[in-house]
Structure formats: C-alpha cells, structure tokens
Design a protein around this ligand. Structure first.
Ligand code: HEM
Length: 457
C-alpha cells in the first residue's frame, strides 16, 4: 500500500509513493546524493540506455529528489499515454515542475475535467482561426528575416527564440512588436526559467521569485485584455480573443481565471518546443545542404513570397525533415505521470502513488524500430518506408492519447511558414567540422547557441 502523503493537494491531488513501495523494482540510488540527477541532466539518453542495459524496460531511479519508475519502449508509451484504464494522472505527474507557474493549464487537468476544457479550447485551433494566425506569423517572420539579412554570422538559437517570442505576442495575444510585447516576452521568459529552477521556493533574488512575479504581471495583463476583447463585441484574430469567446456545447464560456490559466499555459507549451525543434531542423539543413536544396526546390515550385494556408500540405519534404528533427531531438524527451491505482507492466506491479516516466526520446533511437537511428535520414518518413508505422508509438514527439499535443498543426504551420521564407532568402551553413553540444533537458537547446552563417540568395 502506498504511503499517503499528507500534503495531497500540493502533490497534484494524488498521494505519492515512498521508496519502500518500489523496493521490488530494480535500480539503485547513487552512493553520492544528487549524482543520479547530475548524470541524468548531462546525458539523459545515455543514462537511460545504460539503465536499460542494466535493468531492462522497468526500473526505478532517483532524480530531482524524487523516486520515479522509468518504463521504456513503445508499449510503455502506448500503455501510459493511451491510458485506457485511467491509471495515470498528468496533473500530478507535471505538478512538481509546472504547478506553481502554469497551474490549471490543460496538462494540469485530468480525466473528465480535462476533456471538457480541451473540447472548449479546440475552437481556437480550427481552420478559420488558424488561417488568421498564419497571416500574422507570415508578417512577423518577414520582419525578423529583414533584420537577419544584415548579419551574415550569428547564433541561431537566441535569434529564433526572439522570433518565436515576437510571434507569441502577436499570434497568441494580438499585441504587435514594441515595448509592451517586449515586457510580456521578458515576463514569459522569467516564468519558463522558474519552472525548471532548482530552488522551488520563491526566495527573492532567485529564479522562482522572478517567475512568480512574472506570473502576477501576466495575470493582471490578461485580466485587462479579457475586458478589452469582450468589450470589443467581436472576435479578434488572435488566440486570446478565441478563448474569450469559446463556448462549451452547453453554451458556457470559460471564466476569466480559466482563460488566464489556459493562455499562460498555451504560451509555455508552444514556445520552447517550437524554438527547440526549429533549431534542430535548421541545424540539420545546414549540415545537409542536399536537403536544403530539395526543400528550396519544393518551395520554388509552390511559389509566392509567403506560405498560404492551402499550400501547407504541399511542403512534403519540409514535413519529412521536421519529423526527422523531432525524432532525433524531441523537445519533450520524457513524459511524466503519477499512478492513481496499482497496475502491471511486463510482469511488475507498479503501485499507486508512483511517479512514472515514459520516453519518446529513447523510443526514437531504438534500432528495433528505426534503421540506423543515429543517421539523419528524413526519407524514413516517406510513404514507401514509413518507419514511423513500425509501432503506433514508434514516433511520439507530440505524445498521444487524451493529452496529445493540441498545437500539432499549429507547430507544423509555424515551422513550414518559417522555412518557406527563410530558404527562399538565405542559404545556411556551419563551420566545417562543427558539431553542436545539446543540453537535452528540460527542452533541448544547443549549449553554444548554434553559430551559423547565412548567405543571401
Ligand atoms: C514542435 C512543437 C511541439 C512539441 C514537440 C510539443 C509536444 C507536446 C507533448 C509531448 C505534449 C503532451 C505532454 C503530455 O502528454 O504530458 C504536448 C501537449 C500540449 N501541447 Fe504541445 N508541443 C509542441 C507545440 C505546441 C504548440 C505550438 C502549442 C500551442 C499552440 C502546444 C500546445 C499544447 C497543449 C495545450 C498541450 C496540452 C494538451 C492536453 O493536455 O490536452 N504545443 N505538447
């Protein structure tokens, strides 16, 4: 029987198991405290592969001061993410990392409550609003690329991060670039930094304090925006306006606090993930000029200065490259859950209260599923090879099941809209022999910012 944690709510609404509940599972705590966490942060995939070699598909480990059960392989992904028996809480799984700053966002809701909120939010991702977002994106991309043209050598990661931040203010909030957008961007950056802060208490001078203050600022700003947008009497073209008017089947609108929570979470869910995957994709294209040319040809054949909504599906080669980038360096390499009732996996009982973790990052590198998994080979996603179909969960950068990423099509659209304009204007390259080092968690990024050269075409 799991040890019941007294602070139930502070644990995401479900009790947490103690180490004694996991005694029957393989896996040893490191002799030096925190060593497991340090090793894991340095090389999460390597650590996972070694643990797999030592213990198999199910083992326990202690990272970030918490015991967790790793469940490896595509069957584990399917079992946990599809959650056909309602055994897993996403809210409690993500609680430690996200609850203080991104409380009550979709990933922090479970079961019926989650389903009801997700349904209302889906309105904001229908083709009508998506077409409006694309128009805003195209304008924002063009502005930034004009500036990039003036500096042929720069670090790609901070630049693309700025571009996606600007787009966040414009597409998500309907606020154009300027001092207000900049203030919002900074608040948002502080919030995200706090979500991974080691010191979890909001002590002045530390990241969590800055994050909590930023959340207060954004709450106030969003509350004012709700009044403004609803008073306008007609729906604007940004995502925030969509949420202000979204209704359930019974005609019920979201409350002000729900809109604030969802918007805050959406910005977070969209931002670093897209920044990370665009960085991986452009690094891969810089390292593989033959693919860059293939995409450029595709874009030239489609024609036009900006990508139109109708032409998104025509960017088939860009889609393969994006999928391969997401396979090699998935922005969410591990997905946590808390077990709400005992269950069995591969003959081992995993008790209620356990934190479990499944790993798209590990599955994407399994030689049983992928030919030469370390090789950049976008054609593995071509219809005749379709390696992603080797298992329903062979390729799962967007998760799966009830919590599957709500922004998938948005992400494809943004990445393709960027590639469409960028590759028409520039050729991108790396210093000969250059290999980036990646920080893989919480969301991958190149440690040196990814220095690149761009040449005007
Ligand atoms: C390449 C970009 C992206 C990747 C790799 C990605 C990945 C993911 C993953 C793995 C999850 C599921 C996490 C879990 O099951 O615990 C998720 C959930 C989510 N994502 Fe994304 N995401 C991306 C972009 C976006 C964008 C652009 C948006 C919004 C515009 C977005 C909004 C969300 C939301 C709202 C959820 C929660 C869904 C739910 O709980 O029902 N994501 N994402």
């Amino acid at each position: 029987m799991a040890v019941i944690d007294q602070e139930l709510e502070s644990n995401g609404g479900y009790p947490r198991a103690g180490s004694e509940d996991l005694a029957h599972l393989p896996g040893n705590p490191p002799k030096i405290p925190l060593l497991g966490t340090i090793r894991f942060i340095k090389d999460p995939l390597g650590t996972t592969m070694k643990a797999h070699a030592d213990y198999g598909n199910v083992y326990k480990s202690k990272t970030f001061m918490q015991w967790s059960v790793s469940m490896l392989g595509p069957d584990a992904l399917e079992m946990v993410l599809m959650d056909r028996e309602k055994n897993f809480s996403s809210r409690a799984g993500w609680h430690h990392m996200l609850s203080r700053l991104f409380s009550d966002g979709l990933m922090l809701r479970d079961f019926d409550d989650h389903r009801a909120h997700r349904k209302v939010m889906q309105v904001a991702f229908k083709p009508g609003p998506m077409k409006d977002y694309l128009l805003r994106m195209n304008g924002g991309i063009e502005q930034r690329l004009d500036a990039w043209g003036k500096t042929p050598e720069f670090k790609f990661y901070p630049q693309i991060k700025q571009l996606t931040l600007d787009m966040g203010a414009s597409v998500f909030l309907g606020i154009d670039a300027g001092p207000e957008a900049q203030k919002i961007n900074q608040a948002f950056v502080d919030e995200v930094a706090a979500s991974i802060a080691v010191i979890r208490k909001p002590v002045r001078g530390f990241a969590m304090h800055r994050g909590v203050e930023a959340r207060k600022f954004l709450n106030g700003l969003f509350a004012d925006l709700i009044v403004e947008r609803r008073a306008a009497g007609e729906q604007g073209e940004d995502m925030f306006s969509q949420l202000c008017y979204a209704e359930s089947d019974e005609g019920q609108m979201l409350t002000d606090q729900e809109i604030i929570d969802h918007m805050n979470f959406l910005l977070m869910a969209a931002h670093d993930t897209t920044t990370s995957s665009l960085t991986t994709m452009m690094w891969a294209l810089a390292a593989h000029p033959e693919w860059q040319e293939r995409l450029r040809k595709e874009i030239t054949e489609i024609g036009g200065a900006h990508l139109s909504y109708e032409d998104i599906a025509k960017m088939e080669n860009a889609e393969r490259v994006f999928k391969e980038a997401l396979r090699m360096i998935p922005p969410v390499p591990f997905i946590p859950r808390r077990v709400v009732r005992d269950f069995e996996f591969e003959g081992k009982v995993i008790p209620a209260g356990s934190n479990v973790s499944v790993s798209p990052g590990y599955v994407h590198m399994m030689p049983e599923l992928w030919t030469d998994p370390a090789k950049f080979d976008p054609d593995r996603f071509s219809p005749n090879r379709a390696e992603d179909r080797n298992h329903k969960f062979a390729w799962a950068p967007f998760g799966g099941g009830a919590h599957k990423c709500l922004g998938i099509h948005f992400a494809y659209m943004q990445v393709k809209a960027f590639a469409f304009q960028f590759l028409q204007r520039f050729r991108i390259s790396l210093e000969p022999g250059y290999e980036p080092q990646w920080a893989r968690i919480p969301i991958p990024k190149p440690l040196d910012g990814l220095p690149v050269k761009i040449e005007k075409l």
